[in-house]
Design a protein around this ligand. Sequence first.
Ligand code: ADP
Length: 398
Amino acid sequence: MSGDSTVLVLNAGSSSLKYSLVDATSGKAFGSGLVERIGEGSGSLHHEGPAGRHEEDRSVDSHEDALRLALQAFEEHGPSLDDAGLIAVGHRVVHGGDRFSEPALVDDGLLATVEELVPLAPLHNPANLEGMRVALRLFPDVPHVAVFDTAFHQTLPPHAYTYAVPREWAEEHHIRRYGFHGTSVSFVVGRAAEMLGKPVEECRFVVMHLGNGASVTAVDGGCSVETSMGFTPLEGLVMGTRSGDVDPALPGHLNRHLGWDVVDVDRALNRDSGLKGLCGSNDFRTLLQKRAEGDEGADLAFDVYCHRLRKYVGSYYAVLGTVDALVFTGGVGEKSPEVRAAALAGLERLGIEVDEERNAAQSSAARDVATDDAEVRVLVVPTDEEWEIARQAAALAR
Ligand code: ADP
């Protein structure tokens, strides 16, 4: 473990804490883990270190308990945090509103601003805040850096981030498109430019982050110029449990005809829709399995998913004018040749042609799956949000 670029990356969710000890230069993770079901009476810890995997069930009352448990796991199962020479703690923070376009040092002012932004991310920001407060207490001697999921999209031009609703909504209530997945997009854009051998400033990409959540981003010269997630992560593509785009009149209709209130509608569109709503499972592997067995719901879910993706590729192509590469990342984007092939089939006139054999080859390496002659490259780039957070935190801490 080198002593001059090690960062502890923390991702505090409402009932979980993910952690990873990362070398910011190489991206190597020395140890990582997850504490789950915080405050739910029956918690658990999964820790991976040099000695292998350690799992333990125990009740975890608070984020402070969770972080103490993680520190204890480092002490007992390695690697030693004392020997790591931590240069920073990097925190994933979901919503930076229009206040943060860069990573920022965590201090009282930052905590107060993130608190002000809680109405924009009522589930995520309070957990992120708690994670930062606890970590500041336990690691008072190293710089803490907040890395925002929205920051990368702060370059969106007004015509892309403005909704066509009364102007006061934006002015008084900050209602606009923000975009998410920025840390991941920022990481894969850097890798994609390296693969093309061009400076990122000269590249135009359409980046598809397809995980449990999913989004598409148009990137021009390293800057996000359009993205499919909006005021919240609900907008855009079909996701594991989120509907993505629906007619905005739907909530009113559900209210009038089924008596659902906003909480019901919110839950239904965020948790019971998407792939889960269409075929009963939010897990893409299960969907593919069911589809192979001839399940009609799974077949339809696959088609709806790929059709939506294709529409976004086409519209972002038009936004950019020319495209150097389409970039797939996230669990589905990296591992499903079926999705890549279906979403891009028949687009030769746009210079897009997937090579069947290259696309089908399973690999965990970054790779180009377009045909040799295709004008637009089709890249599969494994994302690494922890490394990106570590890198951004280290850069600021230094
Ligand atoms: P998260 O968004 O939570 O970070 P991931 O990026 O890991 O999640 O993506 C999770 C999704 O990737 C799940 O739907 C999972 O089924 C899917 N996935 C994982 N492996 C495969 C695979 N081999 N083929 C297709 N989908 C996969």
